[in-house]
Design a protein around this ligand. Structure first.
Ligand SMILES: Cc1ncc(COP(=O)(O)O)c(C=O)c1O
Length: 439
């Protein structure tokens, strides 16, 4: 199959294009926990696609909902118009977001959700008469997608480097919470590091609260290699934001929809943000969709600010709440509820944790960290060749029929939440076996 395929035109995202095209890996179909590769092998999905297929692949109910929507209403605008499915999707989503965070703005991706959330924070302060609050605080190693807003508040240096002259001007960053000296091989939330949140006080002193609009963090940082928040850290961030009137944004693009064993990380940690950014598993990744969940008070401040016949928020995408994406979201959210997907993730977490930590002592492994159904396995980097050891492990796992994710020298495991005990054992067993063969 690959010999007939021209690979040259597609400029692949976040990929070493030349390396990939020299030895392509194509996935041609998927069902449940498995992909099928172009060479006819079954690949166990240890990554839920890209941390997004929480209910497992090609679920019949979601497929049927998309098919029906496509045949009934291909597209209807949501600017000055509407269609029933988008309102229904917002209502279903608002039933699982934290209490009071029930106003939903739809986007097409996590990146768009982040930029939308940043704009909502600015619009909120302006509507309150504090338009000078236009600074954002992000965090080192944070990933908030690839829009200019997202890379500005994001803290992954490689994602910023080429664009550094064009980033948002008023942004500062907290330091990240990763610390192997204190927290290596923590099970669940590490004990050390709550005090790192106090740095927000320092930044407030430096910039003045009156210039800061919002703080954005991933409650569990996924893309940078699974950084679990230290015990008490998010609580402190919340308290400092309250003290100074800062909007707290949780980027739950990965941590949402049961990944940590609750609907959202906010409920898992018992810390409520003001705005949450969502995407990926909102509709099991079946049609591109993102969303921003906003506290009602923030929404009302913006929406009630002007006359009723004036547009309140000059922002939106042609495909905000696209009918197919909305249909898929309704079917997915129903499925999560009916099957108890989030509860199942919580129930499987102890077995997942044990399997992950069984890698302690395996060659090259310098840390294992986990929460819910996500784990990071950090490898010692090769001298002068960062990332190559984990990349080789990723390729070898794939050759053995298990898909994991690689970021730097960290392997990230985040299977669909329908994963069973035998599949968990196979994923971590394969990683362990492969590490025995990687130099
Ligand atoms: C926390 C977080 N925010 C934002 C994004 C960007 O989402 P998208 O790739 O859909 O734009 C991601 C993607 O992985 C993410 O993990």
């Amino acid at each position: 199959m690959t010999q007939d395929l021209d690979l040259s035109n597609f400029w692949m995202p976040f990929t070493a294009n030349r390396q990939y095209k020299a030895a392509p890996r194509l996935l041609v179909s998927a069902k449940g926990m498995y992909y099928t590769s172009h060479d006819g092998r079954r690949i166990l999905d240890g990554t839920g696609g890209l941390w997004c297929v929480n209910a497992g692949h090609c679920r019949d109910e979601i497929v049927a909902a998309i098919q029906q929507a496509a045949a009934t209403l291909d597209f209807a605008p949501t600017f000055q118009m509407g269609h029933p499915l988008v309102f229904e999707a917002a209502t279903k989503l608002a039933q699982i977001t934290p209490a009071g965070m029930d106003r939903i703005f739809f986007t097409n991706s996590g990146s768009e959700a982040v930029d939308t959330a940043l704009k909502i924070a600015l619009a909120y302060h302006r509507a309150r008469g504090e338009g000078q609050r236009n600074r954002f605080i992000g965090r080192e190693r944070g990933y908030h997608g690839v829009g200019f807003g997202g890379i500005s508040v994001g803290g992954i240096a490689t994602n910023r480097k080429a664009f550094s002259g064009a980033l948002l001007p008023a942004v500062d960053h907290l330091q990240h919470t990763h610390n192997l000296e204190h927290n290596a091989f923590s099970r669940g939330q590490p004990a050390w590091g709550a005090h790192l949140a106090d740095e927000l006080e320092r930044l407030v002193t430096l910039h003045y609260a009156s210039t800061i609009a919002a703080v954005i963090v991933e409650p569990m940082a996924g893309s940078t290699g699974v950084l679990i928040p230290p015990q008490g850290y998010l609580e402190r961030l919340r308290a400092i934001c309250d003290k100074h009137g800062l909007v707290l944004i949780f980027d739950e693009v990965i941590s949402g929809f049961g990944r940590l064993g609750s609907a959202f990380a906010a409920q898992k940690f018992g810390v409520m943000p003001d705005i949450m950014t969502l995407a990926k598993a909102v509709n099991n990744a079946s049609v591109p969709m993102g969303a921003v969940a906003v506290r009602r008070a923030i929404h009302d401040t913006v929406v009630d600010a002007g006359p009723a016949n004036a547009i309140e928020f000059f922002h939106g995408y042609t495909y905000s709440g696209h009918a197919l994406a909305a249909a898929a979201a309704c079917a997915t959210l129903d499925l999560y509820k009916r099957e108890g997907t989030f509860e199942r993730a919580a129930a499987m977490s102890p077995a997942f944790e044990d399997a992950a930590h069984s890698l302690k002592g395996t060659r090259h492994v310098i840390d294992v960290r986990n929460l819910g159904l996500v784990a990071g396995v950090e490898l010692a980097p090769r001298e002068g060749k960062p990332g190559t050891r984990a990349y080789e492990a990723f390729i070898k796992c794939y050759e053995k029929g298990v898909l994991v994710r690689v970021t730097g020298d960290i392997l990230a495991i985040s299977p669909p939440l329908i994963v069973d005990a035998a599949q968990i054992a196979r994923i971590f067993g394969t990683v362990g076996e492969v590490l025995g063969t990687v130099e």
